[in-house]
Design a protein around this ligand. Structure first.
Ligand SMILES: Nc1ncnc2c1ncn2[C@@H]1O[C@H](COP(=O)(O)OP(=O)(O)O)[C@@H](O)[C@H]1O
Ligand SMILES: [Mg+2]
Length: 236
């Protein structure tokens, strides 16, 4: 598990910014006003490579709670543990902090790709291990100190996530990216890449791929840009 104060600040695309703003507004209100309504956090769902993790990180980085905020990045690999009970312990530690620290700290837990950890009880492959993990997480969410702790979970596969978990978090669904959004990201990545070659040709070829529907995610764009740049550099 990573305690990250090192989140690199990136400029979000317009649709990402809108989602991040929503998260930030709600979180700020809940934390600052100490509202009596229990609010555990958000579940960002959407296709792979649409920016869920990036939105979660940037939103977490901007949430100001009037106190230092720790950001925990948690994913399946942090939790998977060969020893019985160890995964549950790690989770409890992320949510409740270490027993030694008796001061209350504000924290945001980014629980990335939760379907890999918290599969639905209806999914055939989720065995006893998942039952155990799920019930630990449900209790942690129910007992969350919501004035000091906020969860931002992400998933590519909301169908695989236990409905009991979904009902505990506020859902934000990101639709498949439009060609305009993909184009915006291609422009943005090439402008900010500080590449030492003429990038217009790269942009044209990426745009052609977007128009033909061959590119669907931000990650595809990053890969294609890299491939094209390398291709051009090695031709020179
Ligand atoms: N606003 C942005 N600025 C720079 N890179 C971004 C931005 N949004 C997404 N990315 C990059 O695009 C890729 C896909 O985003 P990511 O958040 O990992 O998607 P998801 O979590 O939905 O699979 C990642 O490499 C990420 O760093
Ligand atoms: Mg992700």
């Amino acid at each position: 598990m990573e305690i990250s104060t090192r989140i690199k600040i990136t400029k979000l695309l317009d649709y990402q910014e809108n989602i991040a703003k929503k998260i930030i507004r709600i979180a700020d209100y809940v934390f600052k006003k100490e509202v009596p309504i229990k609010f555990s956090g958000f579940l960002l769902s959407g296709p792979p490579g649409c920016g869920k993790t990036e939105i979660a990180k940037q939103a977490a980085a901007s949430i100001s709670m009037g106190a230092p905020v720790k950001i925990f990045l948690l994913d399946g690999s942090d939790i998977a543990s060969p020893k019985w009970g160890e995964a549950e312990e790690k989770l409890k530690k992320a949510f409740t902090g270490s027993a030694e620290s008796n001061h209350i700290e504000k924290k945001i837990i980014i629980f990335d790709d939760i379907e890999s950890t918290l599969m639905s009880r209806d999914v055939e492959i989720s065995k006893e291990w998942h039952f155990s993990i799920n019930s630990v997480v449900f209790h942690l969410l129910d007992d969350i100190d919501h004035l000091n702790t906020l969860v931002i979970a992400t998933t590519n596969k909301p169908d695989m996530v236990d409905p009991a978990l979904i009902s505990r978090l506020y859902p934000i669904a990101i639709p498949a990216l439009t060609k305009d959004q993909l184009r915006q990201f291609a422009h943005y990545s090439l402008e900010n890449g500080a590449f030492d070659i003429e990038t217009e040709q790269v942009l044209n070829s990426i745009e052609a791929m977007i128009n033909e529907g061959k590119i669907k995610s931000l990650r595809d764009i990053e890969h294609e840009i890299l491939l094209k740049i390398v291709e051009m550099v090695s031709e020179n």
